[in-house]
Design a protein around this ligand. Structure first.
Ligand code: FE2
Length: 276
């Protein structure tokens, strides 16, 4: 196994590895690289759904998908992202993730690691883009670090759902199952002790701030985090497995010609700690 840097600040490409037969020593090395580099790319894998789940389990407890309609019927630990419709039924979720975000930040114990595996990819578009909210934190002034270190932020599944165009309203039961949660704006990584901004624009608002001002703050911090020169844009090929650490990274999907191309991705997520 060899790991090459993608940018000076974050990201790594892992070569000479088969994730189906990974040894314990390699898991330790990979995990260290992952928490330090934020995102790792493993090309040319051949993974069945259970292979992705087994690999993910090395990194913590696998989460059960939030939206049951897009779970893989044969393996509900796997969430399907796709524009493909078969027999009138969508294979997966075609719509989420086009704004910068971290995964499932509206949970009390949000996602630590996301594993995304490409089965079918358009020849153009449909990239996944990454930026480091730890790098972004490091670039703040001392005064900003002090100020933002004191801000608590309310994250809301209801707010996220409100951004889904044409979606039916959430039911009472869904709202009860997904109450708002409060996380710090600056979180400390449990393994590396590195600090990072924890950002969910359009799905979160700072406490004790006027909503418009709070919303503007979160968006401006995300804009600073995702300046073009700080972004790695991953162009997918079938067989790519990309894993990232949501404690330090933000990401988004980019658009593609959905009428022309098919996209099929399998996603597994591993639950993390309560942010602090
Ligand atoms: Fe995501």
């Amino acid at each position: 196994m060899r790991i090459q840097s993608i940018t000076d600040d974050f990201g790594g490409t892992v070569e000479d590895i088969d994730l189906r037969t990974i040894a314990n020593g390699e898991v330790t090395e990979l995990r260290l690289a992952l928490v330090q580099r934020g995102v790792l790319v493993c090309r040319s894998q051949t993974l069945q759904p259970e292979d992705i789940v087994n690999f993910a389990r090395h990194f913590g407890p696998v989460e059960y998908g939030v939206r049951e309609d897009f779970q893989l019927p044969s393996n509900p630990d796997v969430y399907v992202i796709s524009n493909i419709v078969e027999n009138g039924k969508p294979l997966g979720n075609p719509n989420d993730g086009f704004a910068w975000h971290t995964d499932l930040s509206f949970l009390a114990h949000p996602t630590a690691f996301t594993f995304l595996y490409a089965l079918e990819t358009p020849p153009e578009g449909a990239n996944t883009e990454f930026a480091s909210a730890a790098v972004s934190y490091d670039r703040l002034s001392d005064e900003e670090k002090r100020q933002y270190g004191q801000i608590a932020v309310r994250h809301s599944y209801e707010m996220l759902h409100g951004t889904r165009k044409g979606a039916r309203p959430l039911t009472e039961a869904e709202l009860l199952a997904m109450p708002d949660v409060v996380h710090p704006l600056v979180r400390t990584h449990p393994d590396t002790a590195r600090k990072a901004l924890y950002l969910g624009p359009d799905t979160s608002l700072p406490m004790d701030m006027e909503p418009a001002a709070g919303d503007a703050l979160i968006h401006s911090l995300m804009d600073r985090t995702t300046q073009r020169e700080l972004v790695y844009s991953h162009a997918w090929r079938p067989g790519d497995l990309v894993v990232w650490d949501n404690r330090t990274m933000v990401h988004r999907a980019t658009e593609y010609d959905r009428g022309r191309y098919r996209r099929l991705m399998h996603r597994v997520t591993v639950r993390g700690e309560r942010p602090s």
